[in-house]
Design a protein. Structure first.
Length: 185
């Protein structure tokens, strides 16, 4: 395999996002750890929010660059959704552990994500391509906005979280519908 094709900018950006997700999670869930001694928890949330914004920007730019400059790779098609899921997982679980996000909302979002990932694997095994739909992209943006509002404790964060849940479940329905339209039973 061509090393230059694998080490393109979109793949590097997705890999950076993979690394930023656990770092953000660290700031969210270890606020009483001794190595954060003396740092007010609100600052740790600001650091987590900054990491989240940087990681979210890499999501936009890796997709834009890959499509614009024809740098779409098999590795990138695996890394990008994995990095997205790791980032949202880190955000939602960290916020839930802080009591800032509803456990039910987080459960519904994560269940949908796991189910659709399994469905996509099944589709690939049957030679079907179930790429991210427009609604799937809207869902991701809604989740990221909700995480941002919840991280910053801005008004409306909980409402945005439940809007993200509704969009997440609806986009999951679309994936299931499209899968069963194309699959051989």
């Amino acid at each position: 395999m061509n090393k230059a094709k694998i080490l393109n900018i979109p793949n590097i950006l997705a890999f950076i996002r993979l690394l930023l997700a656990p770092l953000m999670f660290l700031f969210l869930v270890n606020q009483d750890a001794s190595f954060f001694h003396g740092i007010h928890p609100s600052w740790l949330n600001y650091f987590a929010a900054f990491i989240f914004v940087v990681a979210s920007a890499t999501d936009f730019f890796d997709g834009y660059i890959a499509r614009t400059f024809n740098q779409v790779t098999v590795l990138g098609s695996i890394l990008d959704p994995l990095a997205d899921k790791m980032l949202t997982l880190a955000g939602f679980l960290g916020l839930m552990m802080q009591g800032a996000a509803s456990p039910w909302a987080v459960f519904l979002i994560l269940t949908r994500e796991l189910f659709i990932t399994g469905l996509r694997v099944s589709a690939v095994s049957q030679g079907l391509d179930i790429s991210a739909s427009w609604m799937g992209k809207v869902k991701t943006v809604a989740q990221m906005i909700a995480i941002g509002f919840l991280l910053m404790h801005w008004p409306g964060g909980t409402l945005l979280l439940w809007i993200a849940v509704a969009l997440t479940l609806y986009s999951g329905y679309e994936y299931v519908r499209d899968f069963f339209r194309h699959v051989e039973m």
